[in-house]
Design a protein around this ligand. Structure first.
Ligand code: SF4
Ligand code: SF4
Length: 329
């Protein structure tokens, strides 16, 4: 099994058909005030394990998929589903990347089932910040790092870009893994997300002219929810039910999952948003009227483009033809 580093994960995530995100649960015992998917201790969770087994089997059967990220909510709060998913994906030869807060590292001994899940996974991305630390202190977080490293996972700490974050990450990694921690671990800083409960916590940023927006790096990164909803990207608001209909499909079994993944892989609008500069796209007749507005980010424009294509019966065909002409299919 490969130990995927940040750069590997980013490269795969941007390559169409190479990765998928399995969103395993809306439940999380931590309940942070800024949670971008609004996960809660009693949030919805897997009820149809048969459907989850079909979803995982479908991912395993996709020959192009190399890596599967598993997130939520807190995947380790969904023990039965997590064990099922990691076992099946590891058997299918996929590299598993786990996202977690590390809440499960409550004791010095790692629970046996957690160790087994870690041993079958490539990489663990452990998130922390000032909100998490109210429930998961440095000792517990450090134990999660130690348990993951002992299971031979590559460890990536993911921290909100706030004062003291790099020093905290280096301090934890040095304490747990020693001075040569960089051989087995990394850390990355992320910006706050105004989604879920985060929309009430973080200030609204500046809106941008279309010319200031870039292409979307996430259009090759579809998400499959535990309850059978497949989305064309891994935008948190879309995963949790927001945004246009065109970014979402409901599936009832393995064949549907594979069809939905193929559909999103070939979707001309997703391909356009991922590869054509937005100020060129808004010159297409189907997007007339979108050029003069300002948007919080590329997602704001992307949602309006999806609505425009849905409203215009011929919009998708026109876009598809233009993308073929431009050699971007
Ligand atoms: S931000 Fe992470 S740890 Fe906090 S509630 Fe959401 S899923 Fe749980
Ligand atoms: S720009 Fe569109 S495809 Fe990309 S993340 Fe945002 S909503 Fe998803």
């Amino acid at each position: 099994m490969r130990r995927l580093r940040l750069a590997d994960i980013e490269r795969l995530r941007r390559t169409r058909g190479r990765t998928v995100l399995l969103y395993l649960t809306d439940r999380c015992p931590v309940g942070c005030a800024h949670c971008s998917v609004a996960a809660l201790p009693d949030g919805p969770r897997v009820t149809d394990h048969g459907l989850l087994a079909e979803i995982v089997a479908a991912i395993g059967a996709e020959p192009g998929i190399e890596a599967v990220a598993i997130s939520g909510g807190e995947p380790f709060a969904e023990r039965r589903g997590l064990v099922l998913a990691v076992d099946a994906l590891a058997e299918a030869g996929k590299d598993v990347v786990l996202f977690s807060s590390g809440y499960w590292a409550s004791g010095t001994r790692c629970p046996g089932w957690v160790t087994r899940v870690l041993e079958r996974s490539s990489t663990v991305i452990l998130s922390t910040d000032g909100f998490h630390r109210a429930a998961i202190d440095r000792r517990r977080f450090s134990r999660a790092v130690a348990h993951a490293a002992r299971a031979r996972c590559h460890v990536i700490l993911q921290l909100l870009d706030e004062p003291g974050a790099p020093e905290f990450a280096r301090g934890v990694l040095r304490d747990v893994l020693g001075d040569d921690w960089a051989r087995r671990a990394e850390f990355t800083l992320i910006t706050p997300l105004r989604a879920g409960r985060g929309s009430g916590v973080f200030a609204i940023g500046r809106h941008h002219d279309v010319a200031e927006l870039g292409t979307c790096p996430l259009t090759a990164s579809p998400t499959i929810r535990y309850d059978g909803v497949v989305t064309g990207c891994c935008n948190e608001s879309v995963i949790t039910g927001g945004g246009p209909r065109g970014l979402r499909r409901r599936v009832a079994g393995a064949a549907d999952v594979r069809a939905a993944l193929a559909r999103f892989r070939d979707d001309p609008l997703l391909r356009a948003v991922g590869s054509v500069p937005p100020d060129s796209l808004v010159r297409l007749p189907v997007f007339a009227g979108l050029a003069r507005s300002r948007y919080p980010d590329i997602c704001g424009l992307c949602w309006r483009m999806h609505e425009a294509v849905e409203d215009d019966g011929d919009g998708a065909r026109l876009l598809s033809a233009l993308m073929s002409q431009a050699g971007r299919t």
